[in-house]
Design a protein around this ligand. Structure first.
Ligand SMILES: C[C@H](O)[C@H](O)[C@H]1CNC2=NC(N)=NC(=O)C2=N1
Length: 114
């Protein structure tokens, strides 16, 4: 099985299939540091990353922004002194798609790129 971060994102479409409860449970096992949550009825994946200062938080933010631009699939990013909150969901599809799990796994790899 190809590692989640290496898998290919599909194009973001309104009718894209959202993950089932079983798929959610299975995919979460590959990204254990991420929390599934519902905001206004929309399922999302969220993780808070801690850093030594704002400069490191901003550099990480920009790395995540770059991988988002590469695939055309974008997170919500809250950058604070020493902290970055990253939230993934598929806006047009209105919930969690496999793309969001792939991008969460790729987000984790941006820590190594430091
Ligand atoms: C036109 C543009 O490609 C679309 O709006 C893309 C942009 N990035 C996106 N990012 C996310 N997370 N979900 C989307 O539905 C989405 N759609």
């Amino acid at each position: 099985m190809t590692e989640l971060a290496e898998q290919k994102c599909e194009a973001c479409r309104a009718d894209a299939p959202l993950v089932s409860d079983e798929e959610l449970a299975e995919l979460l096992r590959e990204i254990p540091d991420w929390t599934p949550l519902a905001r206004d009825g929309v399922m999302q994946l969220e993780r808070v990353f801690k850093f030594r200062n704002f400069k490191q938080a901003l550099a990480f933010t920009n790395r995540v922004g770059a991988i988002a631009e590469e695939v055309g699939h974008h997170p919500a990013l809250l950058t604070e002194w020493g902290k970055v909150t990253v939230t993934w969901w598929s806006h047009e599809a209105g919930g969690l798609h496999k793309n969001d799990f792939i991008m969460a796994a790729r987000t984790d790899k941006q820590l190594e790129a430091e």
